[in-house]
Every structure is written in structure tokens, then in C-alpha cells.
Design a protein around this ligand. Structure first.
Ligand code: HEM
Length: 534
């Protein structure tokens, strides 16, 4: 079964940490436990699973008790504190990026010619779009993601009416489950319809690069060149558009311009990075706060009718495509409602404000449906009760922290300050009161005291954000920006290492945003960005 997250964490220098909160098989996941790693390929067996590291100190004696974790999880899963200014598409772009960072490429390699160095790279965080390309068209196990020319990525058809190129490619086979399974390297990108359509946009982006940018490139180098162009533009977009939307621009700029202060400082840029558990279990789970319960999805599922539940249902990992084997055309995204093309001076591609979807504010609350995740998303039996705490994403995140003895917010603040990072620690009153975020009133006095003294890192970074206008700041911004910087630095194609790179597919040589990526991918055409009409 393919599910989210890691059941256990292989932390360098510490080994395998963790126990289960849901009986899952991680063989397709970013961080495979030892058993899954051993299964992946014969060549993979001796290599460790995905490479996590610990950035800060251990939170020994600082973890919340189970009762407090449950109550805090419940307090956090109480609808969001309102919309943000961030277009809702960025939520699922974030999820796509997370899957790229945590993708374990050994799951799509036959492992025949994989060197130990490549194996290490395959199980390390990178922004190389492995979740899109797998191990590339020449790898026997990954060839299925590509057209027979070995250059274009496959796209899928929707039905009723048939439309080519508007869904992920899906399988054949005899059972309905096989037929609906997406043929993409990372099945997590079919966990909900919004991330699936984001993956499709990336496929289209690659294919347009192949069609338009490879004149004069010798045949044998065409794929590699296309991948380089796509990856560097994608990294530029993350650096200049995505990151400053979710984290304070000053911190992002400081890290990218002045360098890292805390994480793998001074590492040889070409060496393989690791992923701090503080990022994976806390910092970058910020995206959970951005998820909405309802979307004005398109003309048909309008006025909030595109519920999160339906976005799960009309995918094949989180749902079953509504019982069909292909996606119905009525579910194709209206990208104009998810991204603001007004930013790219395309007023003809905008929708009235009332139709536009904004992400929920980054704060210490998540929307109600996330406390009742589809059981299959977290590897639980379908019979699992609706209110089972293991279905609550907030509780799961807190549980993971306890599992690995993650440092608390206070420990990380001290740690980063000692490394020379300029930040102000939250006071107890700020952690208690926040700013229209989770209400700690349902915790007992003792539980609340424990939360204020030793604050779980995920909660801490969300409180920081809600006190800073809905953007990561302080501890959260630093952890996220430094991890991204290192992951980009250590990627095979890297705009951090290649400082001469300038984007060529946007309006000028310093601008390439997600709207520019989409305009290029969908040829600037309304009929492609929104085939269901206004
Ligand atoms: C509807 C949308 C989403 C759902 C249903 C979802 C669900 C999940 C689940 C079930 C886990 C594993 C929890 C566990 O540890 O047991 C997880 C992990 C995680 N999620 Fe999400 N998530 C969503 C969106 C996002 C977004 C938007 C981001 C970031 C921008 C994000 C970042 C992460 C990270 C960093 C992890 C841990 C690493 C990993 O396994 O990928 N998620 N998510």
C-alpha cells in the first residue's frame, strides 16, 4: 500500500527510529524503513534507507504525554483562522515539492547499473524532479513513464467527453484498481486531485520544453538537456516565488545570499545532502495549515462544491476516481482559480475575486476534514472509525515528533541563536494566546503548562507564523530556507551551484514564477488552463 509519510526514520548516526501509528508499508515512500529498503532492489539492500539527519538537539524528557498530544491535536483541527493572501494552488505545489524532496528513487530503478554514489543520491533530498522522471527513460523500470520516443512524458485521457492530456496517465491490467493506478513515479502525487493536476502541469511543462527548446541539440542529449532546463526553471520558481510566499522573504534572501548558518555549513556543495527531521516532521508540515475544506474548483464544482473529500475521491491513491477507472472531464482543474494570472499581466486569464481560491492562513489550525483522513491515505483498514485519532493529521504530526524525540521549539530557538541566527524566541504568553489560532482552553492546566514550556516544534513554527502575518518566521523560516538551500545545492542540476543560470522561459531573465510555468506549459491558452469554460 502506498501512503504518506514515514513509519520510521533512518537518522544518520542514530539508526532506525520509530514505531507505527497506522500499520503501513513504506516501500514506495520517501523514507523506507529497513525492511522496505531491503525489498526495493537487490542492489539497494546494503544501502541505508532515506537519509535523515538531526539538526538540533534531542528532545529527551521534553515530549508531551499522550493525553496532551491528543488534546493539542484536537485543538489544532478546528478549522483554519481564515484565508491567506496566498493563491490556493501553492498549497499543492508545496505538496508536490515535498514529494520531490522526499522521493526515494530506488523504488523506480531496477538497480542494474546503480553505483553506490547513485544509490546515495537516490535516497537523499533533492529538487531534481525525480518524482516526475523516475530514474529516466533509459532505466527499464522508469521507461513506462515516457512515450516511445524516450523524450516526452506520458499524459492521460479524461472521459465523458474524452479529452487527451488533462489527467495523469493511468494503467491497464484487469482489475479496476490496476486500470486507475497512475503511471507516475510517485503515487503520492495522486493522493488528491489538486496535487495530481499539479503533477500533470509539470508533465506538460516538460513536454513543451521538449517541443520548443531542443533545436540543434544532438538526439542523444535531448532528454538530459530538457531535464536540465525544466529543473533549473523549477528551482528558480521555488526560490523566487514559492519560498517567499510561505516564509519571510528576508530570511529566504539571507540564506540564499549569505549562506547557511546551521545546516551542513561548509559542506562540499557536490556532496549528497541529508534531510533534517526538524524539517520533515515539523517545519515543512506547515502546508497542512494551508489546506482548505472547500474549493471553487471549476465552473461545475463551483461555490465551494469542490470539497476536500471530493478531491480525495477523484484521485486514485486517496480515493477511487469516484468508482470509475478514468477521471471524468468535469473534474479537470480551472487553473485560473488556483493561481493569479493577473500577476503576469494576463487579465484575460483571471476570474472574479469571489471565484478565486486562497490558501488558508499558515497558522496553528488545520481544517476539520484533515482530522478524518481517508484510512487508505494513512494505511489504516477501511473499517477504521471516523473519529479514530490515528486519522487526525495534527495528532499524527505530533506523534511523529515524539517518536523521534524531536527538539522542541525552545530548543531549536536556542540552538539556532547559538549558531548566530538572529531571531526572537516566542514568549509563553505568545505561545499560549497566538493570534486567532488554536485555542489551548481544552487542555488541563498541567497539559497547557507542558505545551508552553516544551512546545512541540510543529506547533511552535505555526504559532510563529500566525504571529507574523501568516508567514514562517524565526525558527520555522530558518529551518525551511536552509533545508531548501542545501537540497538545491546538492541536486544534480542546481541553480545554487550554477550561479550563471538565468531563466529564459518567463517574461525576462530574472522572472520565472509558477504562473509563468503554467503559461508556458499550457501555451497561455484559456481552453487548456480551464477546458470546462467559465
Ligand atoms: C490535502 C493535502 C495533504 C494531505 C492529505 C497530507 C497528508 C499527509 C500525511 C497523512 C502525512 C504523514 C503523516 C504521518 O507522519 O503519519 C504527511 C506528511 C507530510 N506532509 Fe502532508 N498532506 C497534505 C499536504 C501537504 C502540504 C501542502 C505540505 C507542504 C507544503 C505537506 C508536507 C508534508 C511533509 C513535509 C510531510 C512529512 C514528510 C513526508 O512524508 O512527505 N503536506 N502529509
Amino acid at each position: 500500500m502506498v501512503t504518506h509519510g514515514s513509519e520510521s526514520y533512518y537518522v544518520i548516526g542514530e539508526g532506525l527510529l520509530g514505531t507505527s501509528v497506522g500499520g503501513r508499508d513504506d516501500s514506495q515512500n520517501g523514507a523506507a524503513p529497513a525492511a522496505a529498503a531491503a525489498r526495493a532492489t537487490p542492489a539497494a539492500a546494503p544501502a541505508p534507507p532515506f537519509r535523515f539527519s538531526r539538526l538540533g538537539p534531542k528532545g529527551i524528557g521534553k515530549q508531551l504525554g499522550e493525553g496532551a498530544r491528543k488534546k493539542l491535536g484536537a485543538a489544532m483541527a478546528r478549522a483554519g483562522g481564515g484565508s491567506s493572501g496566498i493563491p490556493a494552488g501553492f498549497t499543492y505545489l508545496g505538496q508536490f515539492i515535498d514529494h520531490d524532496l522526499t522521493f526515494d528513487k530506488t523504488t523506480v530503478t531496477l538497480g542494474t547499473n546503480v553505483t553506490p554514489a547513485a544509490m546515495l543520491q537516490a535516497r537523499s533530498p533533492g529538487l531534481d524532479l525525480d518524482s516526475l522522471y523516475g530514474a529516466g527513460p533509459l532505466d527499464p523500470e522508469s521507461a513506462k513513464f515516457f512515450e516511445s520516443d524516450g523524450l516526452h512524458l506520458k499524459m492521460g485521457k479524461t472521459v465523458d467527453p474524452v479529452k487527451d492530456g488533462f489527467d495523469l496517465p493511468r494503467g491497464a491490467g484487469s482489475s479496476n484498481a490496476q486500470k486507475r493506478k497512475a503511471i507516475i513515479p510517485d503515487p503520492r502525487n495522486d493522493e488528491n486531485l489538486a496535487v495530481a493536476q499539479t503533477h500533470l502541469a509539470m508533465i506538460r511543462f516538460h513536454n513543451r520544453v521538449v517541443d520548443t527548446q531542443l533545436g540543434g541539440v544532438p538526439a542523444a542529449q535531448k532528454f538530459a538537456k530538457a531535464r536540465e532546463i525544466v529543473t533549473k526553471h523549477y528551482q528558480w520558481m521555488i526560490r523566487t516565488d514559492y519560498l517567499p510566499r510561505i516564509a519571510k522573504a528576508a530570511v529566504v534572501n539571507n540564506v540564499f545570499n549569505q549562506g547557511r548558518k546551521a545546516f551542513e555549513v561548509g559542506a562540499d556543495p557536490t556532496t549528497v545532502p541529508t534531510m533534517p527531521i526538524e524539517f520533515s516532521i515539523a517545519g515543512f508540515r506547515l502546508g497542512h495549515a494551508m489546506v482548505r475544506a472547500n474549493y471553487n474548483w471549476n465552473k461545475i464544482f463551483d461555490n465551494g462544491a469542490g470539497s476536500l473529500e471530493l478531491l480525495f475521491t477523484f484521485s486514485a491513491t486517496g480515493g477511487d476516481l469516484g468508482g470509475d477507472t478514468r477521471l471524468a472531464s468535469i473534474w479537470i482543474a480551472d487553473f485560473r482559480r488556483l493561481y493569479d494570472f493577473g500577476d503576469a499581466n494576463k487579465p484575460g486569464l483571471t476570474v472574479p475575486p469571489g471565484k478565486f481560491n486562497r490558501a488558508m492562513r499558515i497558522d496553528s489550525r488545520i481544517v476539520d476534514p484533515l482530522q478524518h483522513l481517508p484510512p487508505q491515505t494513512v494505511g489504516l483498514p477501511n473499517s477504521t472509525g471516523f473519529n479514530d485519532v490515528r486519522r487526525n493529521l495534527a495528532f499524527r504530526n505530533l506523534e511523529r515528533a515524539k517518536m523521534v524525540k524531536l527538539a522542541t521549539g525552545q530548543q531549536m530557538a536556542n540552538f539556532l541563536k547559538n549558531k548566530g541566527v538572529n531571531l526572537t524566541k516566542l514568549t509563553k504568553a505568545q505561545i499560549r494566546d497566538g493570534n486567532n489560532g488554536a485555542d489551548l482552553g481544552n487542555l488541563t492546566q498541567a497539559q497547557r503548562e507542558a505545551v508552553l514550556k516544551d512546545t512541540p516544534l510543529w506547533f511552535y513554527v505555526l504559532r510563529e507564523a500566525e504571529l507574523s502575518g501568516g508567514k514562517l518566521s524565526g525558527v520555522g523560516a530558518r529551518i525551511v530556507a536552509e533545508t531548501f538551500h542545501r537540497a538545491m545545492e546538492g541536486s544534480t542540476h542546481s541553480i545554487v551551484r550554477d550561479t550563471t543560470f538565468k531563466p529564459s522561459l518567463g517574461p525576462n531573465n530574472s522572472t520565472f514564477r509558477m504562473v509563468d510555468l503554467l503559461l508556458f506549459a499550457f501555451q497561455g491558452q484559456k481552453a487548456l488552463l480551464n477546458p470546462n469554460g467559465s
